[in-house]
Design a binder for this molecule. Structure first.
Ligand code: ZN
Ligand code: ZN
Length: 359
């Protein structure tokens, strides 16, 4: 089938009515030598999709198709693409381009390139084309950021790994997590549940951390060894020795962040991996750092090499995100976004049925 000149998508037309997404067409950036076109088969619904669609991170352009946990088949390759061929099953995460020629790109940490381009809600640096995500029949992007999916991973299982999975996996690598490392995972949601699965597969002793006890049974099912509800009196007694907390929550208000510091051993680390809405900030007095001697750092998706390593690791260790599939349509996207907002999914929606909807 020939690839259309315009791509079809479902997305936000008016940010004030973000829960009423509509079908629209957009013209992709002109194909560059190293670009690929991918016919989308499945796409996870990341928490970022909600922030992007509802304007939490600004309203730079509309219409806007979100979606950056994309799996599909390579439908066309630019003349200089060597790593992929037409028909390959590939995945795409939150990054679709980088400069390819700075000190960071040359080191293989393209995810920290100052000219990083996000898969949606971003602009290509050379011609200012706004990027459109995977709630669409096709996506076009730099092939550096498209990754072969191991055969052992089905498309719907692989999709959430491409943003949420790598986002939770990389801080575990950075912190050198291995057998016996005491890992705290704060926030038991889309990213948090995958972080627990990865940490367990690495042999860590995992403590799931949430505000209340509502997710205790789920955390146990995921394999967590311990559970802490930070709203409970005496929550930090007996657990003040975690090596690292991966903070997957996106709300830092109400002192929740300072409570977490109490759970980490001196010279342990707290790693942030999600960005809150633009109007939220972190409250931190330096004095709190002196007493706890905790390092606070951030982690941002993963580099192409790290994403490929994560996919192999997931295949080898049979990591399976908990998913609920839902066929793509205006109504179903709206329903899924509403349920995500209400915390009513365990733990990731994956959009399917692309061939039917976009036929
Ligand atoms: Zn660069
Ligand atoms: Zn994401």
């Amino acid at each position: 089938m020939s690839i259309p000149e315009k791509f079809d998508a479902v997305g936000v037309i008016d940010y004030d009515k973000w829960l009423e997404p509509k079908r629209f067409q957009h013209t992709p950036k002109a194909l560059r030598d190293n670009d690929v076109d991918i016919e989308v088969e499945a796409c996870g619904i990341c928490g970022s999709d909600i922030h992007g669609a509802n304007g939490d991170w600004g309203r730079p352009y509309a219409p806007l198709a979100v979606g950056h946990e994309i799996v599909g088949k390579v439908a066309r390759v630019g003349p200089k693409v060597t790593k992929l061929k037409v028909g390959d099953r590939v995945g795409v995460g939150a990054q679709c381009d980088s400069c390819g020629d700075c000190i960071r790109c040359n080191k293989g940490i393209e995810n920290h390139c100052r000219k990083e381009v996000g898969t949606y809600l971003s602009y290509y640096k050379d011609d200012n084309t706004p990027t459109q995500g995977g709630y669409a029949n096709y996506v076009r992007l730099n092939s550096t950021f498209a990754f072969k999916i191991p055969d052992a991973l089905s498309s719907v299982v692989a999709a959430p790994l491409l943003c949420g999975g790598i986002t939770g996996f990389l801080p575990l690598l950075t912190a050198g997590v291995t057998k016996g490392t005491k890992v705290g995972v704060s926030g038991i949601g889309g990213i948090g549940h995958m972080t627990i699965l990865f940490a367990k597969a690495m042999g860590a002793e995992v403590t799931a951390i949430s505000r209340n006890n509502k997710k205790k049974a789920l955390a146990e099912k995921l394999g967590a060894d311990n559970y802490i509800a930070t709203d409970e009196e005496g929550f930090d007694e007996g657990y003040t020795d975690l090596d690292v907390i991966v903070n997957t929550g996106s709300s830092f208000t109400e002192g929740s962040f300072k409570k977490l510091l109490n759970l980490i051993r001196p010279h342990g680390r707290m790693i942030f991996i999600t960005a809150p809405p633009n109007d939220e900030s972190l409250e931190l007095e330096p004095g709190a750092l002196l007493a706890s001697a905790v390092s606070i750092e951030g982690s941002h998706i993963g580099s192409p090499k790290e994403i490929e390593y994560m996919l192999d690791f997931a295949a080898k260790h049979d990591i399976k995100p908990w998913i609920e599939t839902i066929d793509i349509s205006e109504e179903n996207v709206s329903t899924a976004w509403q349920r995500m907002t209400d915390g009513d999914v365990q733990f990731r929606f994956v959009l399917t049925g692309y061939d039917k909807f976009f036929k």
